[in-house]
Design a protein around this ligand. Sequence first.
Ligand SMILES: Nc1nc2c(ncn2[C@@H]2O[C@H](COP(=O)(O)OP(=O)(O)OP(=O)(O)O)[C@@H](O)[C@H]2O)c(=O)[nH]1
Ligand SMILES: [Mg+2]
Length: 322
Amino acid sequence: MGISVEQWVEKICAGDRRAVAQAISSVERKEPSSAALLRTLFHKSGKAYTIGITGAPGAGKSTLLEKVATEFRQSGKRVGIVAVDPTSPFSGGAILGDRIRMQALATDEGTYIRSMATRGQLGGLAPAARDVALILDAAGCDVVFIETVGVGQDEVEVARLADATVVLVVPGMGDDVQTFKAGVMEIADLFVINKSDQPGAERTERELNLLLSAGPQLDAWRPPMVKTTATTGEGISELCEELEKFRAATEGGAAGLNRRRENVRLHLLELLRQRLFERVAEERIDRKQINEYVEAILARRRDPHSIVEEMLEESGVGSGRG
Ligand SMILES: Nc1nc2c(ncn2[C@@H]2O[C@H](COP(=O)(O)OP(=O)(O)OP(=O)(O)O)[C@@H](O)[C@H]2O)c(=O)[nH]1
Ligand SMILES: [Mg+2]
C-alpha cells in the first residue's frame, strides 16, 4: 500500500474493508510491512470475543457459523469469521464452498469473512490465524470466529488463542464419541451436536454426558451441550446464549484470567522458539551441511543427538551441556 503504517492502522480501526483485506493479505504473504502493522494494531486490539469452532470435515461448521453470525449481527454486533483451510492442494474446494455458503453475509458491511489456506505453512496455522484475528479485533469486530477442521493438531493450537472453544459433533457415527481424538475433549468449552435432524442425536448427547462425567473435573465449568440443525437455524439462539453465558462466566473471573495468562505465556514462548530457530537454522546453518548430516544418520555413521549438539556448538549458540 502506498500509505504509511499509521494511516493504514487508522483505516483498519475505522473498519475500512479494503484496508482490512489488504492487511490480511499482507500478513498471509508475510510482507515486511506486516510486522510493523501488527505491532501497532496490537495496542488497538483486545476487545473482541474470540471463539474457536472445530469439528470433523463436513460437520456443518460453516453453515452453523453463518447462522450464528447473522444472529450476532441482528443484535448490532460486528462479526469477523476466519475459516482456516488446512486441506491438501488435491482437495481444495472448501474455500469456494465457504464463500458460497456464506454468501448472504459476504455483502454485509458489518461482517468480515476470510478463508485462509495454510497448506505447507511453516509453524502451523495458529500464528497466521492469530494475526488475522488481531486485525479483525482492531477493525472493531465484537466477535471473531475461527473455524478449523478437526484434523491434526490445529484445533488444539487454535484453542490456545480463543476465549471460547466450540466443538461440533454430529450424530450417527456409531461409537464416534468414544473415539474422540486425544485432546479434543479437553479443549471444549461448549459442545454442539449439529445435524440434530438426523437420527442418533439423543444417543450422542448421552454418550457425551457419560464421557464428561468420567473425565477429571479439573474446574467448575462443565461444557454445556446444545443441539442444533444449522441448515434450519434450530438451536442457534440457544447456542448464542450459551456463548454469552460463557463469556460472562469467564471474562472477569480468575479462571478466565488464568487461561488468558497461560495463552499469552505459550504464545510468547512460541514466538521465541520460532525466532531462535530462524536465527540458528536459517542464518547460521548451511543447507549443504544438513544434507551431509542426513546421509550420515541414514548410514548410521552418526546419531542425530550428537549432531544437534555439534550444530549448536558450531553455530556459536553452545550446546548448553557445558
Ligand atoms: N441435515 C443437515 N445437514 C447439515 C446441517 N448442517 C450442515 N449440513 C450440511 O452439511 C454439509 C457440510 O456443511 P458445512 O457447513 O460445509 O460443513 P463444515 O464443517 O464447514 O465443512 P468443512 O469446512 O469442509 O470441514 C452441507 O451440505 C450442509 O448443508 C444440519 O444441521 N443438518
Ligand atoms: Mg467449513
